[in-house]
Design a protein around this ligand. Structure first.
Ligand SMILES: [Zn+2]
Length: 238
């Protein structure tokens, strides 16, 4: 029996003329979305074929309405199995937090896809599960295959903004999105035990949160004496 071929389209939200939402400490949604989408592709590639609607900080067209149609059209041109748009949530109320995933109103398959992703994402990143929601979003409306838009955290919430900038959070979010898509399609993902456990705040994340570090950083980044002094100062130790 031939192995069924799955084709997944990942759509990093915004880009180019449209930076998306900007966090209180200046984090740009379009940059975070692209980074998580690239990581998701990496995890999915062992099991399925993956296309990104953009791989740089560029929109697909010059205006927002045409841009949404162009993104959706990518999935049609390659006869995609499903389409997942990746975003960060934003609210005027700074305390809003958690993960949620949208599907196009009335789409049963879209609802299943959204539920598969959302249920993996919340425990993986350790944020509140706000559930799945129906929405009349243009990018979902114009997409013919099952589609979902995932909001990985609130970029408007300073704590979640800081998390969004870490490699650890982005890896966990990407892994969860990849697993949700794999379970929706029935594709077999290569397992990554490190990322499969539910999230527990690591000392590194705790430090970044307490010292209010929002710059992108990696576990392997060196610490200069100047940065150390800054960290101690922010913790109120100096
Ligand atoms: Zn967005």
């Amino acid at each position: 029996m031939p192995v069924q071929k799955f084709i997944i389209v990942l759509d990093p939200g915004h880009g180019g003329f449209d930076p998306g939402a900007i966090g209180p400490n200046g984090t740009n949604e379009s940059r975070v979305a692209l980074s998580i989408a690239k990581k998701t592709k990496l995890y999915l590639s062992s099991a399925v074929e993956v296309y990104l609607t953009r791989t740089e900080d560029k929109a697909l067209t010059r205006n927002s309405a045409a841009d949404q149609i162009a993104r959706a059209a990518v999935s049609e041109s390659i006869n995609a199995t499903c389409f997942v748009s990746i975003h960060c949530n934003s609210s005027k109320e700074e305390e809003q937090h958690g993960v949620e995933t949208y599907y196009y109103k009335g789409s049963e398959r879209g609802k299943q896809l959204a539920a598969n992703i959302n249920n993996k994402l919340s425990p993986a990143v350790g944020l509140l599960n706000r559930g799945i929601k129906e929405a009349d979003l243009a990018v979902l409306r114009y997409t013919k295959c099952p589609s979902a838009q995932v909001e990985v955290a609130f970029i408007s919430n300073p704590r979640e903004e800081a998390l969004l900038n870490t490699d650890d959070f982005q890896d966990r979010a990407a892994w969860a999105i990849a697993s949700g898509i794999a379970s929706f399609t029935g594709a077999n993902l290569q397992r990554i035990p490190d990322l499969e456990n539910s999230y527990r705040e690591t000392p590194l994340i705790k430090l970044l949160r307490k010292a209010k570090f929002t710059e992108p950083c990696k576990k392997s980044d060196p610490v200069t004496i100047e940065i150390l002094a800054d960290i101690l100062d922010r913790l109120g130790i100096l």
